[in-house]
Design a protein around this ligand. Sequence first.
Ligand code: ADP
Ligand SMILES: Cc1cn([C@H]2C[C@H](O)[C@@H](COP(=O)(O)O)O2)c(=O)[nH]c1=O
Length: 248
Amino acid sequence: MAELVFFSGTMDCGKSTLALQMDHNHRARGRGGVRFSRNDRAGKSRISSRLGLQTDAVEVGDGTDFWEEVMRRRTQGQRVDYLICDEAQFYSPEQVEQLAKVVDEIDVDVFAFGITADFRTRLFPGSQRLIELADRVQVLQVEALCWCGRRATHNARTVDGVMVTEGAQVVVGDVDMAMDPAATVESGHVPVVGYETLCRRHFMRRVTAHGANLMAEQDQLLPFEVDACLWHGTGGTGAAGAPGGTAI
Ligand SMILES: Nc1ncnc2c1ncn2[C@@H]1O[C@H](COP(=O)(O)OP(=O)(O)O)[C@@H](O)[C@H]1O
Ligand SMILES: Cc1cn([C@H]2C[C@H](O)[C@@H](COP(=O)(O)O)O2)c(=O)[nH]c1=O
């Protein structure tokens, strides 16, 4: 029996890699599939993984109707056993309902991949509908990490290196683009939007890796020893993880 599965997690946890792997494995066994994506970082009509793999895909737009897409291909004699749907957080709730219909009415497996929540911790409408309708929501095994070493559960947005909680829901970007705010003072500068995965504690406190390093530098200037028990000791990678630092 066909299934609608939502593979979900934070940014940078391997969703697109898994999408490409699943497509490969199903195709290798003779099944016919169609790959879809929307707003991939590599550009239109692509599915790209940070591991270096990328392939072509059908770009989903506001007008895409998944039911019609599958029926058209089948009418033309193309075999369609499954759909790979990357960046599914950007699909509309109606499009997710079309995916459910494809599963239930014509027995096509749908494997959807996407983040659940935006930089304000609010569900994307497409992800919300997937959570409501999917046969299974599968959280990816590979965990993105916060700078402190804890599992990352939230996607923070930075503008010129500073975490923000206001702005448009959709801004395509990557996790490597956070920059030093001090480097942005020259005139004519176009703000750089980036993302950073954080644990809930540091998301709520708005402490990114850059902020944590700044605080650690300030700590080192203190003329006295700060009680070591302030350090939460989770094995963080930044200087802020060092014993003796202020608890952040
Ligand atoms: N140079 C690298 N070596 C090994 N693994 C890497 C490398 N770069 C990225 N990765 C892995 O790729 C994952 C991101 O994969 P990707 O499919 O692009 O994520 P997502 O689609 O969830 O944003 C990272 O969590 C990491 O495990
Ligand atoms: C949190 C958040 C993310 N986005 C964008 C940024 C990326 O282009 C994609 C996520 O891609 P990934 O393969 O999972 O890394 O979503 C956004 O538009 N708005 C947000 O709030």
